[in-house]
Design a protein around this ligand. Structure first.
Ligand SMILES: CC(C)(COP(=O)(O)OP(=O)(O)OC[C@H]1O[C@@H](n2cnc3c(N)ncnc32)[C@H](O)[C@@H]1OP(=O)(O)O)[C@@H](O)C(=O)NCCC(=O)NCCS
Length: 240
């Protein structure tokens, strides 16, 4: 799935508003308060001196049409398929906490919604394969952690062990991640009108940093539980 120009426009509008309200340089807002940096294929260091990031900023400043420039830059640099991807799901492992972090990105080519009842079995199969692989490759993994607006959706929650989803708890918006921004796009990368309208209205009337952060309609929910619940839920055989 590729982001639409309209989504990039929304993100840039937020960055400009944040720069005004928080009283900081636009380049800081672009780097720290939008999902652009990571989605230009860069790492979680968010290093302002990264040459690709610097190339983006230089082009942005010169651009006659900053939204068009940003979208073109994204198309060139976006990672098409994450490492450790199992269909729509992927993960990364945090060795210091022995924790797996789960991620979702729509890579389903079917016209049905990726979270629809018709595709539910496909999603569950992907998770089963993912956890079978983790059991073999990362026997030291002990916990699973998630952070996403998506845990607000019953269609997403039903894919996971109940003991995992009941831990869902709101956390402060993480502005650099799609775990927050993903709520504004549909499965094709186009804007979801209802969520976007609410966001724009709140953003346009916000006058303090807190009000601006409260503009997002759905909160990011954090989840956490033992990986054993996942092995049990998906019937991952200890010997596979
Ligand atoms: C999740 C995603 C596929 C939903 O897109 P979609 O086109 O609505 O897909 P589906 O039709 O399968 O949606 C499933 C359900 O969620 C609902 N939904 C999706 N986005 C919603 C939102 N922002 N607010 C409320 N409900 C929403 C849909 O209405 C649908 O509900 P229904 O089955 O009762 O009609 C899309 O938002 C996406 O790909 N986002 C980016 C991924 C992301 O956020 N990744 C970060 C996770 S760490």
């Amino acid at each position: 799935m590729t982001w639409s120009v309209a989504f990039i426009d929304l993100v840039l509008r937020f960055a400009r508003t944040a720069a005004d309200i928080d009283g900081e340089a636009l380049e800081e807002s672009l780097r720290c308060k939008t999902p652009l940096y990571l989605n230009f294929g860069l790492d979680r260091s968010f290093d302002p001196a990264n040459p690709i990031w610097q190339e983006f900023l230089a082009g942005y400043e010169r651009a006659f049409e900053p939204t068009g420039w940003t979208h073109s830059f994204y198309l060139v640099h976006a990672r098409s398929y994450p490492e450790s991807a199992f269909g729509c799901f992927s993960y990364h492992y945090e060795p210091e906490t022995r924790c797996m972090r789960l991620h979702f990105g729509n890579r389903d080519s079917c016209t049905d919604g990726p979270l629809s009842v018709r595709r539910q079995q496909n999603r569950s199969d992907e998770l089963r394969t993912l956890f079978s692989s983790v059991r073999l490759d990362l026997p030291e993994a002990e916990f699973v952690r998630g952070r996403s607006w998506m845990y607000n959706l019953p269609a997403y929650r039903r894919l996971f062990p109940p003991d995992y989803v009941t831990t869902a708890d709101p956390v402060a918006p993480e502005l650099q991640f799609m775990s927050l921004w993903g709520q504004f796009i549909d499965r094709n990368g186009n804007l979801r009108p209802k969520a976007t309208d609410i966001f724009r209205k709140h953003m346009d009337t916000a006058s303090t940093p807190d009000e601006l952060r409260d503009s997002f309609p759905l909160p990011v929910l954090a989840t956490h539980c033992s990986i054993q619940y996942f092995f049990d839920f998906y019937g991952v055989d200890p010997r596979t």
